[in-house]
Ligand binder design. Structure first.
Ligand code: BGC
Length: 480
């Protein structure tokens, strides 16, 4: 065994011997002998969870909150596979103190959450709702009181419905609406919160919500999608500038949903399809921010964006982010398909490819993918630092006698973390890892079925049970 490993084992076991009477190590490393520890990531590395307002808060229509596009969409017949909605979700609005206690008990020190725009600006712009503003003050204070860093995402998909009624992201005024909202949030909380993310996964909410209609607001077609892309891109940079102006010593980022793209086989047209898919998934929103413009050469249909680009816009798309949030779950395998007209690319379902390990979402477990995508993003000269702002998996967990034995999730995290560490050791500047997510919650158009949490939630009683994976993190992070 390598010397460093022997030393580490010695170190861990001697500490264990001293504190063993106080702590249980029953959960540590139940799957395989880990050949790394949390210490390998470094003392400054941040460990936490990521969440989103609509998925956990509930309290959808109280204390002055107005409906968001998700309130509207989830109430539409057939929009959510299970017929459920986020009206109550995890009731985090009322249980945040206890939920933050749970997070603290897992030895994690970052709570990433988003603000529900329509809770603090019920008209989208204009008059503020003090009760809503106070709620997030309480959440932030509750984090700080527990030694947990609050990391705020300005926008995690829940546009006020009243603004969607005016066209939402399709309307260029969205840049002004978003700027007003971002100004309010950063001026209000900027004294206490230093870590900020402008958007959660713009490629996901524009494509799912404005191109294929699977998510709110349920619109379809290029005519909706392309202007939404451009206005979101402008707002992304504008949001960065607003945070910089209003928050002293801010650490400013934005997050991207990204997956390594593989080609189905060696055919030329599959390769071309894969490169187009890579644009939509991974390149479309980061490259304009880095000053590279839209990746039109690799996806010619993007030339149609010119219709929405005004003089000075290309300059305004740039912002020098302090970090990039990489959110990765799986990989994509692409095969050409003439029936998908402008993309000519089709994602092949992992099952068809014979992948052995599939999560409840139908996503392939592919740990090496996170290593590859971290390398891909780190290769951009303008990317200074990366945080893994989401990674996790859904499995059909069951609570039996007050226990949730989610051994497959522990295995998932161990293997993904190993790949994150590999990238870090090879020089990728990675500052932290946030699990998706603390609580089982409302998984958008899938309803409550896919359970991603480190903590199991019984949605009838709101009872929480820390899963074995939660205990695994607790033990893994014990020595930090
Ligand atoms: C989103 C989350 C979502 C998770 C799992 C991410 O794309 O940011 O809101 O729940 O993936 O699907």
């Amino acid at each position: 065994m390598e010397r460093r490993k022997v030393l580490r084992l010695f170190f861990v076991s001697s500490i264990a011997a001293v504190i063993a009477p106080k702590f249980s190590f029953a959960h540590l490393n139940p799957i395989e002998k880990l050949d790394f520890s949390s210490l390998d990531f470094g003392k400054d590395f941040k460990w936490g969870v990521a969440t989103a307002a609509y998925q956990i808060e509930g309290a959808h229509n109280i204390d002055g909150k107005s409906p968001s596009i998700w309130d509207t969409f989830s109430h539409k017949k057939g929009a959510i596979k299970t017929g459920e909605n986020g009206d109550i979700a995890c009731d985090f609005y009322h249980s945040y103190e206890k939920d933050l206690d749970l997070l603290k008990s897992l030895n994690m020190t970052v709570f990433r959450f988003s603000i529900a725009w329509s809770r603090i600006l019920p008209n989208g712009i204009g008059t503020t709702n003090q009760t809503g503003i106070d709620f997030y003050h309480r959440v932030i204070d509750a984090c700080l009181a527990r030694g947990i860093e609050p990391w705020i995402t300005l926008y995690h998909w829940d546009l006020p419905q009243i603004l969607q009624d005016k066209g939402g992201w399709i309307n260029r005024d969205a840049v002004l609406w978003f700027s007003e909202y971002a100004n309010l949030v950063t001026k209000t909380y900027g004294g206490k919160v230093k870590n900020w993310m402008v958007f959660n996964e713009p490629s996901a909410f524009t494509a799912l919500g404005y191109l294929i209609g699977y998510h709110a607001p349920g619109l379809k077609g290029l005519k909706q999608y392309l202007p939404a892309v451009h206005h979101v891109c402008l707002s992304q940079a504008e949001g960065g500038r607003i945070i910089r102006k209003n928050v002293a010593n801010a650490n400013i980022g934005t997050t991207f949903s990204c997956s390594h793209v593989d080609v189905f086989n060696s055919k030329k047209r599959d390769g071309e399809a894969a490169s187009r898919w890579d644009v939509i998934l991974n390149r479309l929103f980061i490259e304009p921010a880095l000053g590279m413009g839209y990746p039109t050469e690799s996806l010619p249909i993007l030339r149609k964006l010119n219709k929405y680009i005004q003089p000075g816009d290309l300059e305004r798309l740039k912002f020098d982010f302090d970090f990039i949030g990489v959110q990765n779950y799986t990989r994509e395998v692409v095969k050409a398909n003439a029936f998908i007209p402008f993309m000519k690319g089709l994602e092949i379902k992992p099952v068809k490819r014979g992948a052995k390990e599939i999560t409840e979402m139908g996503w392939e477990v592919y740990p090496e993918g996170i290593y590859k995508i971290l390398k891909q993003f780190a290769a951009y000269p303008g990317v200074k630092k990366i945080f893994v702002t989401e990674n996790g998996c859904a499995f059909p967990d069951e609570a039996v006698d007050g226990k949730v034995n989610d051994i497959n999730r522990i295995d998932f995290y161990q293997r993904y973390l190993k790949e994150v560490l590999r990238a870090k050791k090879e020089g990728v500047n990675i500052g932290g890892f946030f699990s998706w997510t603390l609580l089982d919650n409302f998984e958008w158009n899938e309803g409550f079925k896919p359970r991603f949490g480190l903590v199991h939630v019984d949605f009838k009683t709101q009872k929480r049970i820390i899963k074995e994976s939660g205990y695994w993190f607790k033990d893994f992070l014990l020595f930090l």
